[in-house]
Design a protein around this ligand. Structure first.
Ligand SMILES: Cc1cc2nc3c(=O)[nH]c(=O)nc-3n(C[C@H](O)[C@H](O)[C@H](O)COP(=O)(O)OP(=O)(O)OC[C@H]3O[C@@H](n4cnc5c(N)ncnc54)[C@H](O)[C@@H]3O)c2cc1C
Length: 364
C-alpha cells in the first residue's frame, strides 16, 4: 500500500481482519472520507463471522448479566440490519417453553417485558403468552412436558451471516475501501508501520480488528493490551428437519440457553461454550455433538439426522471464570497509532465501527 497524500482530516488507515467487525469499521471510516485498506489473511467472512448462530438479536439472556447497555444497542442494531438488507435478514418468531425445570415464568416474562422496552420504537413485535395448544401447533415436535405451563412467543432477527457480511463488504468497497484478501499482517508498530505479506508500509492508523487473533497479533508485535481475550468455541449442528419457528431452550440442569432454529429448510442447533486456544482446530468435537443432541432430545421427541456441523471461536473479553457469564461487550484500546478491538458481536458491528471512527479521529 503506498502512503497516499492526505489532508489534515483525511487519514490513511490499514484495517487488519475481514470479519464483520473489520468490514463495518472499514465502511464507517470510508464514509467519513478516510482512505482505507483492509487486509484479510484468508477470505472475507471466512471465520467467526460466518460461524454464528445467525441471530440479529439483543441477547435476551444477557439481561441476567445486567448488560442493559449492550442489549439496548443490539436491539437498535437488529432493526437497522432488518431494514437495510431484507433479502438477507428477516424477523424470526421464537418459542420459549415455560419448562418446569427452567427459570420461573415470572422471571422470563419480566425479561421479555424489559426486552420489548429496551427495543422501544425499534421493536419488531411485542412478546406474548402462548397456550399449550398454540405452542404445540407452532412446534409440533416439542415434548408436551415442556409446555405444561404454556410458552412465551417473542421475536428476533435471523440472517445469512456469510451473505450479509459480503453484502456489507460490497457497500464498503462502493464507499472506497480497498479489500486485499490472502494477505496476512505479521507485525504492527506503535508508529503506524506494519509488515504484511505485501511488504512493509506506514499509515496514519492501524486498526487491529482480527477477532480471536487480535491479541495474538499484539503479542507477535511485542505489544501488550490492557484487555485479554477469552477464546470460547461454539459449535452448531444442522439437522434434516424443518421447523415453523425457533425454539429458545433452557438447558436442563444448567443456566445455559440453546437454540433450535429453522434454517434454509433444516434446523440449526446450537451452541456450546468450550474454551480453546488458537493452536487447537476450530471444529465441533464428538463430545459437543453429543451434548447438543442430548439437549435436543430433552426438548424434541423426534431424532433427525445430522447433516453437517460447524464451529467458530468467540473473541470474548476475559471477564468471568464461567464463559457463559463473560461479558459480550467490546473494548477499544489505543497504543500510539494502533487501535485494537477486543470482542464485539455480529449484531452490534455497525456501532462498533462508529466507535472505531471516533478512536481513529482522536489520534493525533
Ligand atoms: C458460535 C458463535 C455463535 C455466535 N452467534 C452470534 C449471533 O447469533 N449473533 C451475534 O450478533 N453474534 C454472534 N456471535 C458473535 C459474532 O459472530 C462474533 O463476535 C463476530 O463475528 C466477530 O467478528 P470479527 O470480525 O471480530 O472476527 P472474525 O469474523 O473472526 O474476523 C477476524 C478476521 O481477521 C483475520 N485475521 C486474523 N489475523 C490476521 C492477520 N494477522 N492478518 C490479516 N488478517 C487476520 C481472520 O482471518 C478473520 O477473518 C457468535 C459467535 C460464535 C463463535
Amino acid at each position: 500500500m503506498s502512503s497516499i497524500g492526505k489532508t489534515s482530516s483525511t487519514k490513511n488507515i490499514a484495517i487488519i481482519g475481514g470479519g464483520i467487525n473489520g468490514v463495518m469499521s472499514a465502511w464507517a471510516l470510508a464514509k467519513r472520507g478516510h482512505r482505507v485498506t483492509l487486509m484479510e489473511r484468508d477470505t472475507l467472512m471466512s471465520h467467526t463471522s460466518s460461524a454464528s448462530t445467525k441471530l440479529l438479536h439483543g441477547g435476551l439472556r444477557y439481561l441476567e448479566n445486567w448488560e442493559f447497555r449492550l442489549v439496548r444497542e443490539a436491539l437498535q442494531e437488529r432493526a437497522w440490519w432488518l431494514q437495510q438488507a431484507p433479502h438477507l435478514a428477516h424477523r424470526l418468531p421464537l418459542v420459549l417453553p415455560l419448562s418446569p425445570e427452567g427459570r420461573a415464568p415470572l422471571v422470563l416474562r419480566a425479561g421479555l417485558i424489559l426486552y420489548d422496552l429496551l427495543a422501544g420504537q425499534q421493536g419488531i413485535g411485542k412478546h406474548r403468552k402462548l397456550s399449550q395448544q398454540d405452542a404445540a401447533q407452532m412446534l409440533p415436535q416439542l415434548r408436551r412436558e415442556h409446555l405444561q405451563q404454556g410458552a412465551l412467543l417473542f421475536f428476533d432477527g435471523q440472517m445469512d451471516d456469510y451473505a450479509l457480511g459480503l453484502w456489507a463488504a460490497e457497500r464498503a468497497m462502493d464507499a472506497g475501501v480497498r479489500m486485499i484478501e490472502r494477505c496476512r499482517v505479521n507485525k504492527i508498530f506503535a508508529n503506524g508501520s506494519f509488515e504484511s505479506d505485501l511488504g512493509a508500509d506506514t499509515v496514519d492508523a492501524i486498526v487491529n480488528i482480527a477477532g480471536p487473533w487480535s491479541q495474538q497479533l499484539l503479542q507477535d508485535s511485542g505489544l501488550k493490551g490492557a484487555h485479554q481475550l477469552d477464546l470460547v468455541r461454539g459449535s452448531h449442528l444442522i439437522l434434516n428437519q424443518s421447523l415453523n419457528a425457533g425454539c429458545f431452550m433452557q438447558v436442563p440442569g444448567e443456566r445455559r440457553i440453546m437454540f433450535a432454529l429453522p434454517w434454509k429448510g433444516q434446523t440449526l442447533l446450537g451452541t456450546t461454550e468450550q474454551r480453546q486456544s488458537l493452536d487447537e482446530p476450530t471444529a465441533c468435537s464428538e463430545k459437543e455433538q453429543a451434548y447438543l443432541l442430548n439437549n435436543y432430545a430433552a426438548y424434541f421427541a423426534n431424532t433427525p439426522e445430522v447433516v453437517s456441523k460447524f464451529a467458530g471461536v468467540r473473541p470474548l473479553i476475559r471477564s468471568a471464570a464461567d464463559p457463559t457469564k463473560a461479558t459480550r461487550e467490546y473494548a477499544i484500546e489505543t497504543q500510539g497509532q494502533i487501535i485494537t478491538v477486543f470482542g464485539g458481536k455480529w449484531t452490534t458491528s455497525r456501532q462498533l465501527g462508529e466507535r472505531v471512527v471516533e478512536a481513529v479521529e482522536h489520534l493525533t
